[in-house]
Design a protein around this ligand. Sequence first.
Ligand SMILES: NC(=O)CCC(=O)C(=O)O
Length: 279
Amino acid sequence: MRKVSNIMRLALLQLSLSRDKAANVLNAISKIEMAVEEHNPRLITLPECFNCPCHRKYAEHIPDGYTSQQLSKAALDNQIYLIGGTIPELGDNNAIYNTCTVWGPNGELLAKHRKMHLFDIDIKGGIRFMESEMMSAGNDFTIINVDGHKIGIGICYDIRFEEMARLYRNNGCEMIIYPAAFNMTTGPLHWELLQRARANDNQLFVVTASLARDHSAEYVSYGHSMIVDPWAKVQKTADEHEQILVDDIDFSLVEQVRQQIPVFSQRRLDLYSTEKKSK
Ligand SMILES: NC(=O)CCC(=O)C(=O)O
């Protein structure tokens, strides 16, 4: 597809999470409207679990469920591409997935990405979290096309898996977007590092939208939604509070860095490889 423009305005919504699912959806919709009115972005991204904790009791079918319908309408009403954070999806097989929906400006569901790597960690003196006790893992990579630019989708913990980002790069992506909610143990150490590493390894933009920090919540999110450019420079970042982060992406930087540091043509593929397998 022809590239319409090399500049794309993004808005990342770093949202607070209350105990009321409908109120969380309404909060997201009102922040989408605010972002559009004030900044006119082409693409808006919401955080992981923006409407409720990822739990079976909140799960919805996609695209017939309440949250999907609201996101579809918001994309249509505001004429934007909307990366709908994540919600717990009730799959046909009764399994629950942590799923990101992607909506086009006509309100159509362009894609859904089910988190591929589940967040199971146990850090002594820090956080223990076993996402696989509640959720099933997705098996599919997701690439969308916005105005001729290929964008890969991952979800939070997915960012730790360099092979996934590499596959997106190898399939033509110029950006990877990760709706996310890192925690207070690993966030200070790894959040920025991982984004800059994925951007640097693959010479593309890395974009994250996080939940805002709430110390009274059961799961305390780190915040700091971020845009990292293909030089691995932090282009823009939020603090820990609820916030609308807006900036213009200049996709010409992707070609610039790829030409000037041509590691992808210098790889020793006669000696090693990263390959996609089908399941
Ligand atoms: N929700 C998540 O996947 C959290 C990932 C995380 O905090 C990490 O350290 O990785």
